[in-house]
Write a protein that binds this ligand. Structure first.
Ligand code: 26V
Length: 813
């Protein structure tokens, strides 16, 4: 039906009539979207089943990526791209009078993640399927995704993201595969034939119902599954005899509390809070996911000692760590294994990725909460801890500190990262620097104990979404120059490098960039009425708002530029448009103040006639995957300016590089590896190195107030935060920002790095003045970005951690 435009159009019209009873003239854009979804599902249904059959027949080892977040974004365009029919569909729709972009916009995006961690999970699924690995996702089907951000008078307001409101074409509810999950209760211990039996009584049972989303690989028919769990009441209302008003309300309460488990995604990242509902969500995912994994495994008819050969469970950060004691519980209580054998199976099945070094993000659950909610699981955690501490005591008999430092349960808290390291065979960081810091600092004693478990897997991004789909013209230009092999083997983008000296290719790249900038400008005009100069440098910082990411340094620098222009209005300037996009966690007050500050500065700058043609500042509301796809291809400059040692990897940095933006950044996360690939000439580095930052934290010696007193530029902007003038804000005290910098000694070294940042930004201006040299650098960035395809990352996870191979070509046909 997609083989050529005519066939597609015929199939499309036929579905429109038979499904919706509408003629072409009556169809809305929403209808067109719906029908395309149906057509895609029909086309892949057979391949989906075939993929699963092949797995079964060949007894393939299956990887399950357990994650509380999957930031999938829209699927229509990417699915058509991966099926190789995007152009056919686009042309066919055009014949029928529809613009494909308008149709794509109909899709409510699945924003089931906060940021980097969830988006990484989504990129990994795309690579797993495209490389034909047997790898699936396992997550939660939140009724509400990450909140929608509205800006009202410069303040962030959060609205619920009711993404399922109109239904979701890509999911398949599989009620027959539902699974029982139980909470609360008490453990009854008894003896049977000399064995100790553990049973949980008076527990509360609920259903986990799976909704499956097909994950369509690129190029070949290969379809994996993302299984998202939804919580449903396990009380059958038909059988329920409700006694009186009281019983009725009790039933409603129970229902509400069950459904709340998969109701919403917690909107915090990088800050842990010990909320009961979040713990329930985590256990819900682990328990449902595991049972469903084991169900599939049991069909092979193998003993559980074979589990590690047939199943790999990967936990995305510590959020799904309860998988470890839950697997122990099933093996011991339900399958009758002894402790040692169960432990051996468990730690050979589970692997773990750490995504953060921030101590405030490390999960620690209060013992009492875990014990009450999950009594049997808690007993097992206690036993794991007891045995682990016993081993530590033997190993470090004279160092009682070592034991308390590494214990899983300490100070009435369960430390999930410790449980994850102890209960898995592989622990990886997400960029080289990050892994080194894990080994040498945050997890040092664990590294000394289990050196072979630790490894690095530098993050990646799918070039299919972030280059081919988001920047199709660039994709075509690349293929016209070096052929299409790079699409399958993105490292072959390197062949583009010689074209940096080809004036025609450079012009082509620059004109594509300009086109992307014009499109973004048009979006901005429509959304907020601002007109943007496409010939200015588009300087972009888009990511979650967080102290360590230092949006504050960026906006303070813009205030400084404003002052500078005011002081010398006649001086020549390279025009720049600063673009921000960022959501703040709803309870993160300082982050919200920074959003307000960006708006206040934007207001002052944009309305000042002296700034015209020189400086403009924009904040784009509701940063999301689909907005990222519009912004990133239009960027000239990518801001990756976190305090060194704080950003585990970053993945936005890679997306910008792949789209030809030049990075201004610190030597943090994967920027370090970008720098190594690019050399000093093709990236703008500044700021403290991570060792210098560590030394300040360890030995002191930094006084933010000195910076303020010694650097008149800094003094001026900081004073402007709290005094009448262009950046004065009556509704809100920017005093807290000033306090965080001066009274709390500038935790993230904003003022310390300010001078170097300003100097480096000036160097960016100078570089932009030579368009040919700039274009050459941009081409080099694109050419060397293939390294950051998540295909590379996934191949390494597959070979080093999961020990799996691509399923091969037997699926074809
Ligand atoms: C923590 C919490 C705390 C409790 C509430 C919900 C929640 C959600 C997420 C997190 C952990 C966030 C960790 C994270 O997103 N790390 C990012 O991972 C990216 C992918 O590896 C990486 O590129 C970023 O540098 C890193 O910040």
């Amino acid at each position: 039906m997609f083989n050529n435009t005519e066939l597609f159009k015929a199939a499309f019209i036929e579905q429109l009539v038979s499904r919706l009873g509408k003629s072409l003239e009556e169809a809305t854009a929403g209808d067109v979207y719906q029908i395309l979804g149906v057509l895609v599902r029909e086309r892949i249904g057979r391949h989906w089943a075939q993929t699963n059959e092949t797995y079964k027949k060949q007894q393939e080892k299956q990887v399950y990526y357990f994650s509380m977040e999957f930031l999938i974004g829209r699927l229509l365009g990417n699915n058509l791209l991966n099926l190789g029919v995007l152009d056919t569909v686009r042309d066919g729709l055009l014949d029928l009078g529809w613009d494909f972009q308008e149709i794509e916009e109909q899709e409510q995006e699945a924003g089931l993640g906060n940021g980097g961690l969830g988006r990484l999970a989504a990129c990994f699924l795309d690579s797993l399927a495209s490389l034909q690995y047997a790898g699936h996702g396992c997550g939660i089907r939140y009724k509400y995704g990450l909140f929608e951000q509205k800006i009202v008078d410069g303040h962030q307001v959060e609205l619920p993201d009711n993404w399922l409101q109109k239904g979701y074409v890509w999911e398949e509810r599989r009620a027959d595969k539902r699974i029982e999950v139980s909470f609360w209760g008490r453990v009854e211990i008894s003896e049977e034939n000399g064995r100790t039996i553990f049973k949980t009584a008076d527990d509360e049972k609920i259903w986990a119902v799976p909704y499956d989303i097909p994950i369509i690989g690129c190029g070949r028919p290969h379809v994996n599954t993302l299984r998202l769990w939804s919580a449903e009441s396990a009380v059958d209302p038909a059988k329920l005899r409700v006694h009186g008003e009281d019983g009725y309300y009790k039933f409603l309460d129970y229902n509400r509390s069950v459904e709340s488990i998969s109701e919403f995604l917690y909107p915090d990242d990088s800050r842990y809070e010990g909320k009961l509902l979040r713990l329930k969500q985590q256990y819900f995912l682990c328990a449902a996911g595991l049972q469903s994994v084991l169900r599939t495994f049991e069909k092979l008819g193998l003993p559980y000692s074979q589990l590690p050969c047939k199943v790999a469970i990967h936990i995305n950060d510590t959020h799904p760590t309860l998988t470890i004691p839950e697997l122990m519980r099933i093996l011991i209580d339900e399958k009758g294994y002894g402790w040692d054998e169960a432990w051996d199976i468990t730690i050979r099945t589970v692997s773990y990725t750490n995504h953060t070094l921030l101590s405030e993000a490390l999960e620690k659950w209060p013992v009492q909460m875990v014990r009450e909610l999950l009594p049997r699981v808690y007993m097992i955690i206690e036993e794991i801890n007891k045995r682990f501490c016993g081993m530590l005591l033997e190993r470090y008999p004279s160092q009682p500190d070592a034991v308390s430092q590494m214990a899983i349960i300490e100070n009435d808290q369960v430390k999930m990262a410790h449980l994850a390291v102890v209960g898995s065979y592989s622990v990886n960081g997400v960029a080289r620097l990050h892994t080194e810091l894990l080994k040498q600092d945050v997890m040092k004693p664990f590294y000394e104990l289990f050196p072979h478990r630790f490894n690095n897997k530098t993050n990646g991004i799918t070039h299919r979404r972030w280059l081919l789909h988001a920047n199709p013209e660039l994709g075509v230009a690349i293929s016209e120059s070096i052929g299409t092999a790079w699409i399958e083997s993105p490292h072959q983008l390197l062949e583009l490098e010689p074209f940096k000296d080809d004036p025609a290719f450079r012009d082509k790249c620059m004109s594509i960039k300009r086109g992307n900038k014009l499109r973004l400008a048009e979006y901005i005009r429509q959304k907020q009425g601002a007109s943007v100069d496409p010939d200015s440098i588009f300087d972009v910082q888009v990511k979650r708002l967080h102290g360590y990411k230092r949006q504050l340094m960026n906006i303070l620098h813009i205030m400084h530029l404003y002052n500078d222009i005011k002081d010398d209005p006649a001086a020549e300037r390279v025009p720049r448009t600063y673009i921000f996009g960022a959501k703040a966690a709803p309870g993160y007050y300082l982050a919200k103040c920074i959003i307000k500050l960006i708006h206040v500065v934007a207001d002052a700058v944009n309305k000042d006639p002296q700034m015209k043609g020189k400086l403009q500042v924009l904040f784009l509301e509701n940063y999301s995957v689909s907005l990222a796809e519009k912004i990133i291809p239009a960027a000239d400059v990518s801001e990756q300016i976190s305090t060194a040692g704080k950003e585990a990897s970053g993945t936005g940095n890679m997306k910008f590089m792949m789209n030809g933006a030049l990075t201004i950044g610190t030597l943090d996360g994967a920027n370090v590896e970008m720098h190594q690939l690019l050399g000093d000439d093709n990236i703008f580095l500044f700021g403290l190195r991570s060792e210098e930052v560590q030394d300040y934290y360890k030995y002191g010696g930094y006084l933010a107030r000195d910076m303020y007193e010694r650097d008149p530029r800094i003094k001026r902007i900081i004073d402007q935060l709290v005094s009448p003038g262009p950046f004065c804000c009556h509704e809100l005290e920017f005093g807290v920002i000033r306090q965080s910098l001066l009274d709390h000694n500038d935790e993230f070294f904003v003022l310390r790095d300010f001078g170097d940042y300003a100097k480096t930004q000036a160097a960016v201006d100078r570089a932009y003045l030579n368009p040919q040299a700039w274009a050459a650098k941009s081409v080099i960035n694109i050419a060397r970005s293939g390294h950051f395809s998540s295909d590379r990352t996934i191949r390494l996870y597959a070979s080093d951690i999961w020990k799996i191979q691509p399923v091969g070509r037997q699926l074809e046909g």
